[in-house]
Design a protein around this ligand. Sequence first.
Ligand code: ZN
Length: 316
Amino acid sequence: MYAIGIDVGGTSIKWGLVSKDGKVLATDFIQSRKDEDQNLVADKLVYKIDEFLKQQGVERKEIIGIGIGSPGTIDSKEGEVIYTNNLDWQHFPLAKILENRLGLTTKITNDANAATLGEVKFGAGKKYKNVIMLTLGTGVGGGIVIDGKLIEGNKGGGAELGHAVINFESDILCTCGRYGCLEVYASATALIRQTKQAMEANRDSKLWDVVDHDITKVNGKTVWDGYDLNDKTAIEVVNNYIHYLGIGILNYCNIFRPEALILSGGIAKQGDRLVNLLTDYCEKNHYGYGGSAPVKILIAELGYESGIIGAASLVL
Ligand SMILES: [Zn+2]
């Protein structure tokens, strides 16, 4: 038996045939464009997935179901994308359409939720049932799994862990319209901004050598390279970043007391040293530390196929 996992992105919609133990066996995709009519997207997907199953020699009765991870606000009960900015979809009942036209049980959720469930079922969180995931990329995505189940909130509007304010006196505006969200301090975008600001203020920093004296080359890795060179400015930026992210992590530890908190996205590529710095920070600032159950901080394991595996995990 297999599942199909569909990963909706801004430039392509990818899908894969996924085995019961979470292995991706074959994949295909269609291009996605913001100006494309959503009904045409549905027609294309129905046709291409049908063809894909024929090519793979897989019969309908061997498919448990289809899972979809999509950006935006998703009403998982109604099987509908309420709104997604990336593709300009509005009230698009994508899961319902695929279910009716392909005759396969179809579930949909937000892409961050899907990725979290994938990590809990098949990745870094395999040993645990209570897991929080933070994706540190352009923004900060969040997912909550309690007792093995996704917590999505009413009409899928919850689990926006990046949009909890961590500094109410902040003058940094978030995409959500509020100031001082975790996202504006702990995303890769935020770390790049913090790195550039520190470089402007410290002309003698080795960070300038890291980017060949071209500040436009600063990325989410730059400051870590400076950190390796023992550069004072880089160490300060990293410590501040750990402080911001640590506040967010501790808030979620105190609210949910998960067994594990998983980090994914570009910044999570820093691996062990990110985990060690955060674990140190959390141990020093943990509520009831020593008394309460500790939270393991882990790095996501599923990599570039996490979107497909996560989506498939909705039905596996
Ligand atoms: Zn926000």
